[in-house]
Design a protein around this ligand. Structure first.
Ligand code: KIV
Length: 277
């Protein structure tokens, strides 16, 4: 029932091979992530903060998500493409959840959708899955409803909260999710959930024992001005390189060094003189 790309994630869990997942929001970056062989590309609702400069992920609209998912789809050849359902599309307007999940597949060409835990997440998931759409769940820290969790902070640090997250994970597995994102929970809890459920767990700040890992692309590249969470590892400082390139461009334009002959067009001198005849 699942497509080959999803089957290969299940295979990886069974065979203890790690799964990789990154976000992408546009054609250029999505092509690079796809070429690098990352298993899953998520058009995350982190689009809100990273690309659109909004304060909360809950503020991003369905239309904005679809617009970016379509651009990413044009680039992605190999990776599994997952569209992140924005808050308004399934928590605010729960009755439209199935319709909006279908839009991610039919209009944007996504292979699956992701939704965050909330009270009705299992029933919403069931309805979407019944329509033949693959769903990735998300438990632990759920940024769309972070205010109810005391803010963007580690979840599951006491027994009550840890048990609740374990139950949420099991409920989403039973509802038919093919995979779960575990965000910002202690490593031991990430390990326990990974062992207790049969679908792959993809951690973000959930320790090394998860079946896979996901990060926001701009965070690992060192792009974007926001404070990075503790779990982010920055692999390169692209912002610094971009800044230097732009400053050099500005300097060369202001001092008439750009464009030089190598970047200009010329015409035959005799032909040019005819312009003045
Ligand atoms: O939108 C997002 O970036 C996410 C993370 C889990 C990567 O949901």
């Amino acid at each position: 029932m699942f497509n080959n790309k999803i089957q290969s994630l299940l295979f990886k869990k069974k065979n203890h091979q790690k799964i990789t997942m990154l976000t992408a929001y546009d054609y250029a970056f999505a092509s690079v992530v796809d070429e690098a062989g990352v298993d899953v590309i998520l058009v995350g609702d982190s689009l809100a903060n990273v690309v659109l400069g909004l304060e909360k992920t809950a503020d991003v609209t369905m239309e904005a998500m679809l617009h970016h998912a379509k651009a990413v789809r044009r680039a992605v050849k190999k990776s599994l493409l997952v569209g992140d359902m924005p808050f308004e599309s399934y928590q605010k307007e729960e009755q439209k959840a199935v319709l909006n999940a279908k839009r991610f597949v039919d209009e944007a060409g996504c292979d699956a959708v992701k939704l965050e835990w909330f009270e009705k997440a299992p029933s919403v998931t069931k309805k979407i899955v019944q329509e033949g759409i693959a769903v990735m769940g998300h438990v632990g820290l759920t940024p769309q409803t972070a205010e109810q969790l005391g803010g963007l902070k580690v979840q599951g640090k006491d027994v009550v909260s840890a048990r609740k997250i374990i139950q949420n994970a099991k409920d989403l597995e039973s509802a038919g999710c093919f995979s779960l994102v575990l965000e910002c929970i202690p490593s031991s809890l990430g390990q326990l959930i990974t062992e207790k459920i049969s679908i792959p767990t993809i951690g973000i700040g959930a320790g090394v024992h998860c079946d896979g890992q996901v990060l926001v692309l701009h965070d690992i590249l060192g792009l974007g001005g926001m404070k990075r969470p503790h779990f982010v590892k920055q692999y390169v400082n692209v912002k610094e390189q971009v800044l230097q390139a732009i400053q050099k461009f500005r300097y060369e334009v202001e001092t008439s060094q750009f464009p030089d002959d190598a970047h200009s067009y010329f015409m035959d001198e005799k032909e040019w003189q005819k312009v003045f005849e």
